[in-house]
Design a protein around this ligand. Structure first.
Ligand SMILES: C[S@@+](CC[C@H](N)C(=O)[O-])C[C@H]1O[C@@H](n2cnc3c(N)ncnc32)[C@H](O)[C@@H]1O
Length: 262
C-alpha cells in the first residue's frame, strides 16, 4: 500500500479545472478508448429507452443531469425538442456547449440551489455519476432528481463500475498498489454492487423497473491486439440475459414510486 496516497477530493470539485475537463474528454472518450468502444453499442440502447420516454410524453422535456462534456446531451437533442443539461463544473459545460447547439445549459448545484432546473421533466439521464459521488450526497441528489421527474417520467441512471464484474480484479490490484479512490493520476477506483444501487434508488422513493448491462470482458482486453474482435465478442456476451448482472456497466430504468401504473 502506498503510504503517500493523497486524501480523496470531493467528486463535486473534481472536474472544475479546464485541463481536467479536457483530459476527461480526450482520454476517457478518445477514439480507441474502452469507454468509447462500450458507448458504440450502449448508445442504441439508451436511444431506444429515451424514445420510449418520449412516446409516453411527446411534449415532455428532458434533463441531462451531470452532463459533463455533453456525450448524453448530444443524443437527447436528437430525441427531445427541449433539453436542459446541468453540471456543477463550468469547464465541463463549456466543452458540452460547443457540441450541443440545441440544449439549454445550466451550471450549479441542486443541493445549494433547489430552484435550479425545477422541471418537471418527462425523463432524466444521470450517467457516470452515482458511482464516484461522495456517498453522503447520493441520497440527497437522487431525491433531488426524483423531485424533478414527472410522476409518470423515466429516470435512466447508470453504474459504470459494477463490483460483480470482471473489472473488479484490476480495481483490487490498483487499490492495493496505489491506495484508495483518487489516489494517483486521477484514478477512480470505486465500485458498487447492483444491490447497493437498488437500495439507494429505493430509499429515494424510486422504483427500479428494468436493468440492462453492457461490457462483460475486462477493459484490459481492449488494449490487446484485435481490439475490434474483442469488442464484437463483448457486445455478444452483453446481450446474453444471464450475464446481465455481471456486466461492468449497468443501466437502471427507474420510475417514481408514486408513478401511475402503466
Ligand atoms: C464523469 S462525468 C460524466 C459526464 C456525462 N454524464 C457522461 O456520462 O459522459 C461526471 C460529471 O458529474 C459532474 N458532477 C459532479 N457532482 C455534481 C453535482 N453535485 N451536480 C451536478 N454535476 C455534478 C462533474 O462535474 C462531471 O462533469
Amino acid at each position: 500500500m502506498n503510504a503517500n496516497a493523497k486524501p480523496p477530493e470531493s467528486y463535486q470539485s473534481r472536474f472544475l479545472e479546464r485541463d481536467v475537463a479536457e483530459d476527461y474528454a480526450c482520454r476517457e472518450y478518445g477514439a480507441e478508448s474502452y469507454a468509447s468502444s462500450i458507448w458504440e453499442w450502449q448508445a442504441p440502447l439508451v436511444r431506444r429507452l429515451l424514445e420510449e420516454a418520449r412516446q409516453e410524453e411527446p411534449a415532455g422535456r428532458h434533463l441531462d443531469f451531470a452532463c459533463g462534456t455533453g456525450r448524453i446531451t448530444r443524443l437527447t437533442e436528437e430525441i427531445f425538442s427541449e433539453v436542459d443539461a446541468l453540471d456543477i463544473s463550468p469547464a465541463m459545460v463549456g466543452l458540452a456547449r460547443a457540441t450541443c447547439p440545441q440544449a439549454r445549459f445550466f451550471v450549479g448545484n441542486i443541493l445549494e440551489s433547489p430552484d435550479l432546473c425545477p422541471g418537471p421533466y418527462a425523463s432524466i439521464t444521470a450517467f457516470r455519476f452515482l458511482l464516484n459521488l461522495d456517498p453522503p450526497l447520493r441520497l440527497p441528489l437522487l431525491a433531488g432528481l426524483r423531485q424533478r421527474l414527472n410522476p409518470g417520467g423515466m429516470l435512466l441512471i447508470n453504474l459504470h463500475g459494477n463490483r460483480h464484474s470482471l473489472r473488479q480484479p484490476a480495481i483490487l490490484w490498483k487499490r492495493w498498489r496505489y491506495g484508495n479512490s483518487t489516489a494517483k493520476d486521477g484514478l477512480m477506483l470505486n465500485d458498487m454492487s447492483e444491490n447497493e444501487v437498488r437500495r439507494c434508488l429505493e430509499s429515494s422513493e424510486l422504483l427500479v423497473e428494468r436493468v440492462y448491462g453492457t461490457g462483460v470482458l475486462p477493459p484490459t482486453v481492449y488494449r490487446w491486439p484485435l481490439r475490434r474482435f474483442w469488442s464484437w465478442i463483448d457486445c455478444r456476451l452483453s446481450a446474453m440475459r444471464f450475464l446481465r448482472h455481471f456486466c461492468i456497466d449497468l443501466i437502471f430504468v427507474c420510475r417514481r414510486k408514486d408513478s401511475p401504473v402503466k
